[in-house]
Design a protein around this ligand. Sequence first.
Ligand SMILES: [Zn+2]
Length: 94
Amino acid sequence: MTQVPLAADATSPEAKVAKVTQPQAPLCEPCSGIQQNWRRAPGHAELVQGSNRKVDRGQGQATLTQYVCDRCGTAWVYENNKADQHVGWSVVSR
Ligand SMILES: [Zn+2]
């Protein structure tokens, strides 16, 4: 009568499949009007600004600023990078 350690189950691949992708809540009207990934595109009045941080993008530093929409709760991040025209607003997965 040998006991199998329970810990063996926890390391099986099946134990790690539990991560479910949550469906994204629909964007409210002003949020859906934001042009994503375009430098200096405007946000909208109901975005509440959060913290910001600097990241190294190789060609220079960029600043990421977090926003949360007061209307629909969508989390946004705005990247300000002088070297890249194709960054700007993007939705953060929640
Ligand atoms: Zn919104």
